[in-house]
Design a protein around this ligand. Structure first.
Ligand code: SAM
Length: 346
């Protein structure tokens, strides 16, 4: 199936879709998807994307980009920008310009009529304003002729060394209609052995970083200690479990926030931030995926990404079920030698 990827960023979602990568010694097979179009308006993200993928992403603003210039494709994907929906930032107006970007996704559905779509967003979107906004978004997608389902995932349940909760919305074009089943969790907090949540120690080679620039200054540590005790600050992560969610402001991670950090030496009170390589691994990027940009740009792209491993599981479930549906339909067509109305064969 061919893919058009909106808000493609550095390509975390897209790597998950195409598969064919290894993470922590396990191979994630190539999936039957080919990316034919990708778009993002961040030049640095496009630079990373184009370094890692064969089909270059287009640098453009989705709001002004002419949809007619897109090739035809089978699946639309897009983690539409979420800052305004984030529970981390509940004071933001959810109806601001960014919050409306999903509308462009539904315009693309309406114009290009792909077979399927996969959208992703922060978990907070589901409960924002009593769930009304989320219902409106789902209705808008459904109105373009899709059966729409959603599920909130915790990336840790799929082998990502990070507790990251995100909602996936999957749409199946009405004429193809089947009851899409989201993939079952592969890991859990109390699972045994390889089924237990993947701990941070699997992706942090050493608490002492190669480059001292990742340490927080003495002043920052003092600042944290002087801050009110009842606030959550200096959230040093246990290496025995998955990390708390990493975000796009990783470059500005501070000890005076709820950002996850590492405690290198308790007695000496030495703290540090994750390196870009560690952050990428925490998001389940394989080491073969490169970020040929500054640390600041890499952190932003990594924190914004959909964990490739989580996307791989969702995309793999869709590919299998779509194939089954298409095989079943083609058997039934052969049996009755009449093509049922509205059945689309690829
Ligand atoms: C949540 S990130 C997507 C991450 C990506 N799917 C991944 O897995 O790596 C959202 C992306 O939307 C892009 N974006 C925001 N506003 C945009 C616009 N108006 N047009 C195109 N892209 C936009 C941002 O640059 C950012 O890369």
């Amino acid at each position: 199936m061919t893919i058009a990827s909106m808000f493609s960023g550095c390509g975390g979602s897209d790597l998950g879709l195409v598969g064919g990568f290894s993470f922590l010694g396990k191979k994630y097979k190539k999936l039957p998807y080919d990316i034919v179009f990708a778009l993002d308006n961040d030049a640095k993200a496009v630079e990373t994307y184009n370094y890692n993928f064969n089909v270059p992403a287009t640098l453009a603003d989705i709001e002004t980009f002419d949809i007619k210039n897109m090739p035809d494709f089978d699946v639309l994907i897009g983690g539409f920008p979420c800052q305004s929906f984030s529970t981390v930032n509940p004071t933001k107006n959810p109806f601001d310009k960014r919050g409306k970007l999903y509308k462009r996704m539904s315009q693309i559905l309406s114009t290009k009529k792909p077979k399927f779509f996969i959208a992703e967003n922060v978990k907070g979107l589901v409960v924002l304003q009593g769930g009304k906004i989320f219902e409106d978004i789902k209705k808008d997608f459904a109105a373009q002729g899709y059966i729409v389902k959603h599920k909130v995932f915790n990336a840790a349940d799929y082998g990502v060394p990070q507790k990251r909760e995100r909602v996936f919305i999957v749409g199946i074009r009405e004429d193809i209609a089947f009851d899409f089943k989201f993939p079952e969790a592969t890991h859990s907090e109390y699972g045994n052995g390889p089924r237990q949540w993947v701990p941070l120690k699997k992706v942090i080679d050493s608490l002492i970083p190669e480059n001292p620039k990742y340490y927080f200054s003495k002043k920052a540590v003092e600042g944290m200690k002087n801050a009110k005790k009842n606030m959550k600050r200096g959230l040093s992560q246990s290496l025995e479990g998955p990390s708390l969610t990493i975000t796009s402001h990783l470059a500005k991670v501070s000890l005076n926030s709820r950002d996850p950090v590492l405690l290198v030496d308790e007695k000496k009170e030495i703290y540090r931030r994750f390196s870009p390589l560690e952050a990428a691994r925490i998001q389940s990027f394989p080491d073969s995926f490169k970020f040929p940009v500054s640390d600041a740009s890499a952190y932003k792209q990594i924190g914004n990404a959909i964990p490739p491993l989580l996307m791989w599981h969702v995309a793999s479930a869709l590919a299998e079920q779509a194939k089954e549906k298409i095989i079943t339909e083609s058997h039934s067509i052969r049996k009755h030698s009449v093509r049922p109305k509205n059945v689309v064969l690829s």
